[in-house]
Ligand binder design. Structure first.
Ligand code: FES
Length: 329
């Protein structure tokens, strides 16, 4: 996994429950010193403890609402927001319940896999739920650079949408809310339909929203580089996912991939050392050659044509359509 070899030990300076689903933490150096700078769209990884006694890294976008130039170049604090995921492996629960003011956390330095392009022209940001966190920082950066920006923020209910006051103060009329239980909610076709050709779209939210946006962009004939995106969580399992067998051709091993586990995690659990990074089907690092079997592609890396060839898959998200895959591992 790509992680910085020198993590930092940071202290929880402030912890606040924003709503039943979201907890905000401010982290800083115990000596009060300056932290490494970051740009909008960056995340940090925080080490969490899981119920099975193991530890794991969880990525959280860095949140900034300050619109002054270089506001995040030498920060005194990192602000993150953690959404409680009841169907997850327990990392978010730990982040909701364990760290208190004064707790020390192991944190990787900021990294940006979702940068805002440094270009003129309008930027449209589309956030679903806690996916608002990197986009809030992008909106602040656009404001700091005097670039036109509009943030669409979608959620189920106003009471569960974090940071509304801060966003309203920062963006005023450039914030548009799409709230399921107040009005018609988010209409992706309408939203994309009114984007001028030079507009770049940045999307962060759940997988269903992202899939719908990419589908609509394709229908409208948008070139892929017009849409930048990040999933806010690991992709959820689909109903009907089944267990299957993988044969590792080079070593001759056969493994079972359970219905609720990815191929990548099955490989890790079996003591293999596969390459991976995002675990969300976005970075392409976990690609492997497939020698036999039919692939259920769920990544955002391969083109439709590449998927149709059926000889490469991304093990963090993609699965087998049938009972067996033979991988060049
Ligand atoms: S780890 Fe990034 S696509 Fe699989």
């Amino acid at each position: 996994m790509t992680t910085n070899p020198e993590p930092m030990l940071l202290q929880v300076l402030q912890a606040q429950t924003l709503n039943p689903l979201v907890r905000m933490l401010h982290l800083g150096r115990p000596d009060g010193g300056v932290l490494p700078g970051y740009t909008a769209g960056s995340h940090i990884q925080v080490q969490v403890a899981l119920p099975d006694g193991t530890s794991a890294w969880r990525a959280y976008s860095l949140i900034n609402f300050a619109t002054s130039a270089n506001a995040t170049a030498a920060p005194m604090q990192y602000c993150i927001a953690v959404r409680r995921e009841d169907a997850g492996r327990g990392g978010s629960h730990w982040m909701h319940e364990q760290p208190q003011v004064g707790t020390m956390l192991t944190v990787q330095r900021p990294r940006n896999d979702f940068p805002l392009e440094d270009i003129a022209g309008s930027t449209v940001l589309l956030a679903g739920g806690i996916g608002v966190t990197p986009l809030a920082s992008m909106a602040a950066q656009c404001r700091a650079q005097d670039r036109p920006v509009r943030l669409h923020y979608a959620g189920r209910s106003r009471s569960l949408m974090a940071f509304l006051p801060e966003l309203q103060t920062m963006l005023g009329g450039d914030l548009e809310l799409h709230i399921d239980d107040e009005a018609a909610g988010l209409n992706i076709a309408a939203l994309l339909g009114v984007c001028a050709p030079q507009v770049k779209l940045y999307v962060c939210g759940p997988q269903a929203m992202l899939d719908a946006v990419l589908d609509q962009a394709q229908k409208l004939g948008w070139p892929p580089e017009r849409v930048h995106f990040e999933l806010f969580a690991a992709p959820a399992a689909n109903d009907g996912d089944h267990a299957f067998q993988i044969v590792l051709e080079q070593t001759g091993r056969t493994l079972i991939v359970p219905a609720d586990k990815s191929i990548l995690d099955a490989l890790i659990d079996a003591g293999c050392d596969p390459l991976f990074d995002c675990k969300r089907g976005e970075c392409g690092v976990c690609a492997v050659s497939v020698l036999d079997g039919e692939i259920e592609h769920r990544d955002y890396v391969l083109s439709a044509r590449e998927k149709s060839l059926g000889n490469v898959m991304h093990t963090c998200v993609s699965r087998a359509k049938g009972p067996r895959l033979v991988l060049d591992l």
